[in-house]
Design a binder for this molecule. Sequence first.
Ligand code: CTP
Ligand code: MG
Length: 231
Amino acid sequence: QSIAVIVVAAGSGTRAGGLPKQYRSIGRRPILARSLGAFMALPAIGRIVCVIDPAFEAEYRTAIDGLADDPRLTEPVAGGATRQASVLAGLEALAPFAPDLVLIHDAARPFVAPVAIARLIDRLAAVPAALLAHPVVDTLKHADADGRVIGTRARDGLWAAETPQGFRFAALLDAHRRAAAEGRTDFTDDAAVAEWAGLPVAVVAGEPGNLKITSLADLEAADRRLRMEEF
Ligand code: CTP
Ligand code: MG
């Protein structure tokens, strides 16, 4: 079976500020290079495409320097205004190659473990859609805009979604095309697009630490930790 990967890196990182976070380094290496490296470690993966904002093509080239001789990494594709649009652009670019499976990953999740990706791929033998996730461990408070607690919500059965998320390629492409055609542009992950299209979706427990770099504080904390470890 052929497996392709789309790494979405077309965001502008407004919450972290400055140069889009995927092009910034934590420890000695760019966040994007770390995210790509986890997939490159798996021989089962045959093709990898990044979706980028063409305004940052030079930063992209710099970030992948040293990885560009992996022949599985193809030329980047231009993204869109939303994450959902960027994923669809990646899917359309892969369509001529018609892979069996596609994994979609946020460039901003540089700590994903190859063993978790392998677990996700294994699960896709039995289901058309699956995502890495972890059970919610915190007690959940529902609060109003002023921070006043309205109630406490049951957390059993709740999972926090991560990436990568994996799909039978043809099924996800069809779901994304239909969502776009029907003007649905509000999906924040691809599993939600698959759910909307009626596909059965499974959660797969990931490894600890697969956090998404969102704020400058996340980036700085990751940088400090890696500088200690890589000293
Ligand atoms: N992404 C994308 N295209 C977009 C928006 C987001 O490819 N139009 C990607 C980001 O590059 C990131 C992932 O989707 O790897 C998750 O998005 P997020 O963490 O929200 O990153 P940004 O959108 O860049 O950050 P922000 O929301 O703070 O602007
Ligand atoms: Mg965003």
